[in-house]
Design a protein around this ligand. Structure first.
Ligand SMILES: Cc1cc2nc3c(=O)[nH]c(=O)nc-3n(C[C@H](O)[C@H](O)[C@H](O)COP(=O)(O)OP(=O)(O)OC[C@H]3O[C@@H](n4cnc5c(N)ncnc54)[C@H](O)[C@@H]3O)c2cc1C
Length: 305
Protein backbone atom coordinates (compact mmCIF):
# COMPACT_ATOMS: atom_id res chain seq x y z
CA UNK A 1 0.00 0.00 0.00
CA UNK A 2 2.45 2.65 -1.19
CA UNK A 3 -0.14 5.40 -0.84
CA UNK A 4 -0.29 4.92 2.94
CA UNK A 5 3.49 4.58 3.36
CA UNK A 6 3.81 7.95 1.58
CA UNK A 7 1.24 9.43 3.96
CA UNK A 8 3.14 8.19 7.02
CA UNK A 9 6.45 9.48 5.66
CA UNK A 10 4.91 12.87 4.88
CA UNK A 11 4.29 13.53 8.61
CA UNK A 12 0.82 14.79 7.69
CA UNK A 13 -0.78 12.12 9.85
CA UNK A 14 -0.44 12.08 13.64
CA UNK A 15 -2.53 8.98 14.31
CA UNK A 16 -1.23 5.41 14.16
CA UNK A 17 -1.22 3.25 11.03
CA UNK A 18 -0.62 -0.52 11.09
CA UNK A 19 -0.47 -3.00 8.21
CA UNK A 20 -1.75 -6.58 8.38
CA UNK A 21 -2.84 -6.01 11.95
CA UNK A 22 -4.72 -8.84 13.65
CA UNK A 23 -8.07 -7.66 15.03
CA UNK A 24 -8.82 -10.85 16.96
CA UNK A 25 -7.88 -9.58 20.40
CA UNK A 26 -9.58 -6.23 19.85
CA UNK A 27 -13.01 -7.78 19.28
CA UNK A 28 -15.40 -8.84 22.03
CA UNK A 29 -15.86 -12.25 20.38
CA UNK A 30 -12.06 -12.75 20.26
CA UNK A 31 -12.08 -14.01 16.67
CA UNK A 32 -11.36 -12.59 13.25
CA UNK A 33 -8.64 -11.97 10.72
CA UNK A 34 -6.36 -9.04 9.96
CA UNK A 35 -7.04 -5.49 8.82
CA UNK A 36 -4.88 -4.90 5.75
CA UNK A 37 -4.52 -1.30 6.94
CA UNK A 38 -5.61 -0.19 10.40
CA UNK A 39 -5.67 3.52 11.15
CA UNK A 40 -6.31 4.97 14.61
CA UNK A 41 -6.74 8.74 14.24
CA UNK A 42 -5.40 11.15 16.83
CA UNK A 43 -8.35 13.50 16.56
CA UNK A 44 -11.02 14.60 14.08
CA UNK A 45 -8.67 17.01 12.27
CA UNK A 46 -6.16 14.18 11.76
CA UNK A 47 -8.95 11.95 10.47
CA UNK A 48 -10.13 14.62 8.01
CA UNK A 49 -6.57 15.03 6.64
CA UNK A 50 -6.27 11.26 6.27
CA UNK A 51 -9.55 11.00 4.35
CA UNK A 52 -8.63 13.89 2.07
CA UNK A 53 -5.33 12.22 1.16
CA UNK A 54 -6.45 8.70 0.37
CA UNK A 55 -7.85 7.52 -2.93
CA UNK A 56 -11.62 7.92 -2.90
CA UNK A 57 -11.96 4.37 -4.28
CA UNK A 58 -10.37 2.80 -1.17
CA UNK A 59 -12.95 0.92 0.93
CA UNK A 60 -13.36 2.31 4.44
CA UNK A 61 -14.74 0.44 7.46
CA UNK A 62 -15.13 2.25 10.79
CA UNK A 63 -15.59 0.75 14.24
CA UNK A 64 -15.66 1.64 17.90
CA UNK A 65 -15.11 -1.08 20.53
CA UNK A 66 -15.90 -3.99 18.18
CA UNK A 67 -18.56 -5.31 20.57
CA UNK A 68 -21.21 -5.88 17.91
CA UNK A 69 -19.22 -7.35 15.04
CA UNK A 70 -18.12 -10.74 13.77
CA UNK A 71 -14.98 -10.11 11.73
CA UNK A 72 -14.49 -13.01 9.37
CA UNK A 73 -11.23 -15.02 9.41
CA UNK A 74 -10.08 -13.58 6.06
CA UNK A 75 -9.97 -10.09 7.61
CA UNK A 76 -10.87 -6.69 6.19
CA UNK A 77 -9.46 -5.15 3.02
CA UNK A 78 -9.12 -1.42 2.41
CA UNK A 79 -8.75 0.83 5.45
CA UNK A 80 -10.15 -0.05 8.85
CA UNK A 81 -10.57 2.93 11.16
CA UNK A 82 -10.96 2.52 14.91
CA UNK A 83 -12.34 5.50 16.81
CA UNK A 84 -10.19 5.77 19.95
CA UNK A 85 -11.16 6.95 23.47
CA UNK A 86 -9.47 10.31 22.69
CA UNK A 87 -12.61 11.29 20.73
CA UNK A 88 -13.91 12.22 24.14
CA UNK A 89 -15.56 15.62 23.90
CA UNK A 90 -17.98 16.17 26.79
CA UNK A 91 -19.84 19.45 26.82
CA UNK A 92 -22.89 20.40 28.78
CA UNK A 93 -25.23 23.09 27.39
CA UNK A 94 -28.35 24.92 28.49
CA UNK A 95 -31.73 23.09 28.40
CA UNK A 96 -30.19 19.77 29.53
CA UNK A 97 -28.43 19.17 26.21
CA UNK A 98 -25.00 17.50 26.06
CA UNK A 99 -22.49 17.00 23.25
CA UNK A 100 -20.55 13.74 23.36
CA UNK A 101 -17.52 12.56 21.40
CA UNK A 102 -17.99 9.25 19.57
CA UNK A 103 -15.08 7.57 21.41
CA UNK A 104 -16.68 7.85 24.85
CA UNK A 105 -17.72 4.58 26.47
CA UNK A 106 -21.48 4.26 26.91
CA UNK A 107 -21.16 3.43 30.61
CA UNK A 108 -19.02 6.56 31.21
CA UNK A 109 -21.71 8.67 29.53
CA UNK A 110 -24.31 7.16 31.84
CA UNK A 111 -22.09 8.06 34.83
CA UNK A 112 -21.55 11.62 33.51
CA UNK A 113 -25.30 12.08 33.11
CA UNK A 114 -25.85 10.84 36.69
CA UNK A 115 -23.19 13.26 38.00
CA UNK A 116 -25.00 16.12 36.25
CA UNK A 117 -28.59 15.18 37.21
CA UNK A 118 -29.49 14.27 33.62
CA UNK A 119 -32.07 11.55 33.10
CA UNK A 120 -32.57 9.46 29.93
CA UNK A 121 -29.06 7.97 29.67
CA UNK A 122 -29.44 5.18 32.26
CA UNK A 123 -29.80 2.37 29.68
CA UNK A 124 -26.27 3.11 28.41
CA UNK A 125 -24.86 1.68 31.66
CA UNK A 126 -25.64 -1.81 30.30
CA UNK A 127 -24.09 -1.49 26.84
CA UNK A 128 -20.37 -2.18 26.36
CA UNK A 129 -19.58 -0.16 23.20
CA UNK A 130 -18.85 3.50 22.62
CA UNK A 131 -21.18 6.35 21.65
CA UNK A 132 -20.36 6.19 17.92
CA UNK A 133 -21.24 2.48 17.82
CA UNK A 134 -24.37 3.08 19.90
CA UNK A 135 -25.60 5.74 17.46
CA UNK A 136 -24.83 3.68 14.35
CA UNK A 137 -26.68 0.69 15.85
CA UNK A 138 -29.44 2.69 17.57
CA UNK A 139 -28.43 0.68 20.65
CA UNK A 140 -30.87 0.21 23.46
CA UNK A 141 -32.24 -2.00 26.19
CA UNK A 142 -35.25 -2.34 28.50
CA UNK A 143 -37.47 -0.02 26.47
CA UNK A 144 -34.99 2.84 25.82
CA UNK A 145 -32.82 3.46 22.79
CA UNK A 146 -30.51 6.10 21.29
CA UNK A 147 -33.31 7.41 19.06
CA UNK A 148 -35.18 8.65 22.18
CA UNK A 149 -32.44 11.04 23.29
CA UNK A 150 -30.48 12.12 20.22
CA UNK A 151 -30.77 15.58 18.76
CA UNK A 152 -28.04 16.01 16.14
CA UNK A 153 -25.15 13.89 14.83
CA UNK A 154 -21.94 15.27 13.33
CA UNK A 155 -20.57 13.02 10.62
CA UNK A 156 -17.31 13.13 8.69
CA UNK A 157 -18.06 12.10 5.12
CA UNK A 158 -15.59 10.10 3.02
CA UNK A 159 -14.41 13.26 1.27
CA UNK A 160 -13.27 14.67 4.65
CA UNK A 161 -16.16 17.17 4.97
CA UNK A 162 -18.28 17.46 8.12
CA UNK A 163 -22.06 17.25 7.88
CA UNK A 164 -24.78 17.47 10.50
CA UNK A 165 -27.81 15.13 10.60
CA UNK A 166 -30.87 15.58 12.81
CA UNK A 167 -32.75 12.76 14.50
CA UNK A 168 -35.18 12.33 11.61
CA UNK A 169 -32.42 12.28 8.98
CA UNK A 170 -30.72 9.45 10.87
CA UNK A 171 -33.71 7.18 10.05
CA UNK A 172 -33.35 5.21 13.25
CA UNK A 173 -35.12 1.87 13.47
CA UNK A 174 -34.65 -1.25 15.59
CA UNK A 175 -30.82 -1.63 15.92
CA UNK A 176 -30.28 0.32 12.73
CA UNK A 177 -29.68 3.81 11.34
CA UNK A 178 -28.96 5.50 8.07
CA UNK A 179 -25.18 5.37 8.63
CA UNK A 180 -23.18 3.90 5.74
CA UNK A 181 -19.87 2.10 6.24
CA UNK A 182 -17.80 5.07 5.02
CA UNK A 183 -19.53 7.75 7.14
CA UNK A 184 -17.82 8.44 10.44
CA UNK A 185 -19.68 9.67 13.50
CA UNK A 186 -17.53 12.26 15.25
CA UNK A 187 -19.83 13.57 17.95
CA UNK A 188 -23.51 14.04 18.74
CA UNK A 189 -25.75 16.30 20.79
CA UNK A 190 -28.27 14.63 23.07
CA UNK A 191 -31.36 15.92 24.85
CA UNK A 192 -31.54 14.85 28.51
CA UNK A 193 -34.02 15.90 31.19
CA UNK A 194 -33.41 17.19 34.68
CA UNK A 195 -33.86 14.39 37.20
CA UNK A 196 -32.83 13.78 40.78
CA UNK A 197 -29.86 11.52 41.43
CA UNK A 198 -31.75 8.89 43.43
CA UNK A 199 -34.17 8.25 40.53
CA UNK A 200 -31.28 7.98 38.06
CA UNK A 201 -29.36 5.65 40.36
CA UNK A 202 -32.37 3.40 40.84
CA UNK A 203 -32.73 3.01 37.05
CA UNK A 204 -28.99 2.38 36.52
CA UNK A 205 -28.96 -0.25 39.30
CA UNK A 206 -31.98 -1.93 37.73
CA UNK A 207 -30.33 -2.07 34.27
CA UNK A 208 -27.11 -3.51 35.71
CA UNK A 209 -28.80 -6.12 37.91
CA UNK A 210 -31.21 -7.21 35.14
CA UNK A 211 -28.21 -7.75 32.87
CA UNK A 212 -26.27 -9.63 35.57
CA UNK A 213 -29.23 -11.93 36.20
CA UNK A 214 -30.03 -12.73 32.57
CA UNK A 215 -26.78 -12.60 30.58
CA UNK A 216 -23.46 -14.49 30.72
CA UNK A 217 -20.59 -12.45 32.16
CA UNK A 218 -16.79 -12.71 32.00
CA UNK A 219 -16.97 -14.59 28.67
CA UNK A 220 -16.09 -13.62 25.10
CA UNK A 221 -19.43 -12.75 23.47
CA UNK A 222 -20.92 -10.27 21.01
CA UNK A 223 -24.15 -9.72 22.98
CA UNK A 224 -27.45 -10.46 21.22
CA UNK A 225 -26.71 -12.44 18.06
CA UNK A 226 -30.10 -11.95 16.40
CA UNK A 227 -32.67 -9.17 16.39
CA UNK A 228 -35.87 -10.00 18.29
CA UNK A 229 -38.70 -10.61 15.82
CA UNK A 230 -41.94 -8.73 16.54
CA UNK A 231 -43.80 -10.14 19.57
CA UNK A 232 -41.32 -12.92 20.38
CA UNK A 233 -37.80 -12.99 21.79
CA UNK A 234 -35.05 -14.56 19.68
CA UNK A 235 -33.79 -16.52 22.72
CA UNK A 236 -37.21 -18.14 23.20
CA UNK A 237 -37.26 -19.32 19.59
CA UNK A 238 -33.72 -20.71 19.91
CA UNK A 239 -34.54 -22.37 23.23
CA UNK A 240 -37.74 -24.00 22.02
CA UNK A 241 -35.88 -25.30 18.95
CA UNK A 242 -33.80 -27.36 21.41
CA UNK A 243 -30.55 -25.49 20.75
CA UNK A 244 -29.49 -24.28 24.22
CA UNK A 245 -25.79 -25.07 24.70
CA UNK A 246 -25.40 -26.26 21.07
CA UNK A 247 -21.81 -25.97 19.83
CA UNK A 248 -20.00 -25.80 16.51
CA UNK A 249 -16.21 -25.88 16.90
CA UNK A 250 -15.41 -23.43 19.68
CA UNK A 251 -18.60 -21.36 19.26
CA UNK A 252 -21.44 -22.15 21.65
CA UNK A 253 -24.98 -20.95 22.35
CA UNK A 254 -24.86 -19.73 25.93
CA UNK A 255 -27.10 -21.87 28.16
CA UNK A 256 -27.62 -18.73 30.32
CA UNK A 257 -29.01 -16.61 27.47
CA UNK A 258 -29.73 -18.49 24.24
CA UNK A 259 -29.38 -15.38 22.03
CA UNK A 260 -25.79 -14.90 23.23
CA UNK A 261 -23.09 -16.92 21.45
CA UNK A 262 -19.86 -17.42 23.38
CA UNK A 263 -16.29 -18.29 22.46
CA UNK A 264 -15.32 -21.33 24.54
CA UNK A 265 -11.64 -20.61 23.88
CA UNK A 266 -10.64 -21.70 20.41
CA UNK A 267 -13.49 -20.58 18.14
CA UNK A 268 -12.94 -19.19 14.67
CA UNK A 269 -15.18 -16.61 13.04
CA UNK A 270 -16.29 -19.38 10.71
CA UNK A 271 -17.52 -21.43 13.71
CA UNK A 272 -19.71 -18.48 14.79
CA UNK A 273 -21.06 -17.87 11.31
CA UNK A 274 -21.85 -21.59 10.82
CA UNK A 275 -23.54 -21.72 14.23
CA UNK A 276 -25.61 -18.64 13.36
CA UNK A 277 -26.69 -20.05 9.99
CA UNK A 278 -27.55 -23.39 11.65
CA UNK A 279 -29.73 -21.58 14.22
CA UNK A 280 -31.48 -19.56 11.49
CA UNK A 281 -32.23 -22.80 9.61
CA UNK A 282 -33.48 -24.72 12.68
CA UNK A 283 -35.63 -21.88 14.02
CA UNK A 284 -37.22 -21.37 10.61
CA UNK A 285 -37.94 -25.11 10.40
CA UNK A 286 -39.51 -25.22 13.89
CA UNK A 287 -41.34 -21.88 13.97
CA UNK A 288 -41.53 -20.55 10.41
CA UNK A 289 -39.73 -17.38 11.54
CA UNK A 290 -36.46 -16.33 9.90
CA UNK A 291 -34.08 -14.75 12.41
CA UNK A 292 -32.03 -11.77 11.28
CA UNK A 293 -28.44 -11.22 12.45
CA UNK A 294 -28.04 -8.30 14.87
CA UNK A 295 -24.27 -8.84 15.05
CA UNK A 296 -22.68 -7.34 11.95
CA UNK A 297 -20.82 -9.82 9.73
CA UNK A 298 -17.77 -8.02 8.38
CA UNK A 299 -14.96 -8.83 5.95
CA UNK A 300 -13.99 -11.86 3.93
CA UNK A 301 -14.05 -15.53 4.75
CA UNK A 302 -10.82 -17.50 4.26
CA UNK A 303 -12.29 -19.06 1.09
CA UNK A 304 -12.68 -15.63 -0.51
CA UNK A 305 -9.01 -14.66 -0.27
C1 LIG B 1 -22.06 -8.33 26.53
C2 LIG B 1 -22.73 -7.46 25.51
C3 LIG B 1 -23.97 -6.89 25.80
C4 LIG B 1 -24.61 -6.08 24.86
N1 LIG B 1 -25.81 -5.51 25.18
C5 LIG B 1 -26.43 -4.71 24.29
C6 LIG B 1 -27.69 -4.09 24.60
O1 LIG B 1 -28.24 -4.25 25.68
N2 LIG B 1 -28.26 -3.30 23.65
C7 LIG B 1 -27.67 -3.09 22.43
O2 LIG B 1 -28.24 -2.34 21.62
N3 LIG B 1 -26.49 -3.64 22.12
C8 LIG B 1 -25.86 -4.45 23.00
N4 LIG B 1 -24.66 -5.02 22.68
C9 LIG B 1 -24.08 -4.79 21.34
C10 LIG B 1 -23.10 -3.62 21.26
O3 LIG B 1 -22.45 -3.40 22.48
C11 LIG B 1 -23.78 -2.32 20.81
O4 LIG B 1 -24.35 -2.45 19.53
C12 LIG B 1 -22.79 -1.15 20.80
O5 LIG B 1 -23.52 0.03 20.65
C13 LIG B 1 -21.75 -1.25 19.68
O6 LIG B 1 -20.77 -0.27 19.93
P1 LIG B 1 -19.26 -0.49 19.45
O7 LIG B 1 -18.51 0.76 19.74
O8 LIG B 1 -18.68 -1.73 20.04
O9 LIG B 1 -19.50 -0.66 17.90
P2 LIG B 1 -18.74 -1.65 16.89
O10 LIG B 1 -19.06 -3.07 17.27
O11 LIG B 1 -17.32 -1.28 16.81
O12 LIG B 1 -19.49 -1.31 15.54
C14 LIG B 1 -20.86 -1.62 15.40
C15 LIG B 1 -21.41 -0.91 14.15
O13 LIG B 1 -21.35 0.49 14.36
C16 LIG B 1 -20.58 1.14 13.34
N5 LIG B 1 -19.79 2.20 13.99
C17 LIG B 1 -19.09 2.12 15.15
N6 LIG B 1 -18.53 3.32 15.44
C18 LIG B 1 -18.86 4.15 14.44
C19 LIG B 1 -18.57 5.53 14.15
N7 LIG B 1 -17.84 6.31 14.97
N8 LIG B 1 -19.07 6.06 13.00
C20 LIG B 1 -19.83 5.31 12.15
N9 LIG B 1 -20.14 4.02 12.38
C21 LIG B 1 -19.66 3.45 13.51
C22 LIG B 1 -19.71 0.05 12.75
O14 LIG B 1 -19.40 0.31 11.38
C23 LIG B 1 -20.60 -1.18 12.88
O15 LIG B 1 -21.49 -1.25 11.80
C24 LIG B 1 -23.99 -5.84 23.60
C25 LIG B 1 -22.75 -6.42 23.32
C26 LIG B 1 -22.12 -7.23 24.25
C27 LIG B 1 -20.78 -7.80 23.93
Amino acid sequence: MPQFHDLINSNLIQGKIFFDKSLENLTWLKVGGKASCLYIPKNKEDLAVFLKHIDSKVKISVFGRLSNVLIRDGGISGVTILIPPSFSQLEIHKNNKITLGSGLLDKNVSQFAYDNNLGGFEFLSGIPGNIGGAIAMNAGCYGSEIKDIIDEVLILEKDGELKSYNNEEMNFSYRNSTIKTDQIIIEATFQGRHENKSNIKEKIDSVISSKEESQPSKVATGGSTFKNPKEVKAWELINSSGLSGYKIGGAMISPIHNNFFINTGNASAEDFEKLGEFVIHKVEKHHGIRLEWEIQLIGESIDDI
